[in-house]
Design a protein around this ligand. Sequence first.
Ligand code: ADP
Ligand code: MN
Ligand code: MN
Ligand code: MN
Length: 371
Amino acid sequence: MAAVSPSSHLSKAVRQQYMSLPQGETCQVTYVWIDGTGEGLRSKTRTLYSEPKSIEDIPEWNFDGSSTYQAEGSNSDMYLIPVCMFKDPFTLDPNKLVFCEVLKYNRLPAETNHRLSCSKVMEAVKEHCIWFGMEQEYTLLGVDGHPFGWPTNGYPAPQGPYYCGVGANNAYGRDIVECHYKACLYAGVKIYGTNAEVMPSQWEFQVGPCEGIEMGDHLWVARYLLHRVCEDFGVVATLDPKPMVGNWCGAGCHTNVSTKEMREKGGLQYIEQAIEKLSKKHAEHIRVYDPHGGKDNIRRLTGLHETSSIEDFSAGVANRGASIRIPRQVGQEKRGYFEDRRPAANCDPYTVTRSIAATCLLDTDEGENSK
Ligand code: ADP
Ligand code: MN
Ligand code: MN
Ligand code: MN
């Protein structure tokens, strides 16, 4: 049996009695932010005495950065700056989830806050109406760190039946996927779809198309919802790009990209131009496609298991072994979007979208230089 958390065994009937109590005019607002790992999410909740109608109605707040790997020295108070608001699918209307930027004591962005540098680049390329769609792959684990549903000793049957698989022998943990999908829709996250992945207990959801800075905002909130849904079921979702060594697929965060020019008739030439620019900055992109300068992605981008080698840049129509893939339909219609297959599952969507926008549409990535 998979190891699920003790909390998930607490009585849901008792919980329901309290959760259905009326709350009058009050509103619970849960502030969500990225911690000092650049990967972990944290949240805390406060009461407002009227329902906020827009992000401007949410006050700034603070937290103890010495407990989130974020504080500098003895100045441990960090600022939480609300940036976007969603409905809370756990405590329901009128309660809110608010995604926040983190600022240090001097009101400069915390080390793992890349939203500001991303939004500067998005502002600079605004005229191109750049759209992104990101494919978030993840793996379900028991609280003991063993893949969810895998035999305690040994392995499941080799890969083959699991991708988009159905049936109890192929799909491990679909409850989580379905509940997460509903939670995203309720919250207002632009979830695009979902599918089972090649490795058993590995899944994917996509977010998009989102314009500019919205991509990072929505993907981070979708990740928060995933971790919270998993918590309710007593299991863990890891974004490790290669959770199992051996003949098992890793987890990426393919990033689909288009500009207004690429989406219009004859747009393929703009896609080709963008790919040409990306080919000259392969190493720079690999450095920002996981939170550890490429070290996490080395384990995944081997050239096997539908990945390209981390060393080389390549591109091709319908080629899932290339760094950049032009979807077959886009090749046929000669317009649309391209897919950067290199970002790791644990990438920061702000740095990924910032560097793609900067390389393809500006001559420098100022965000990268300032960090
Ligand atoms: P794949 O075939 O690579 O598995 P998916 O169906 O999983 O592709 O994901 C496709 C992604 O492409 C979605 O996130 C979607 O939002 C995004 N997308 C679709 N059209 C565009 C577009 N014109 N520009 C950018 N992203 C797009
Ligand atoms: Mn996909
Ligand atoms: Mn996939
Ligand atoms: Mn893909």
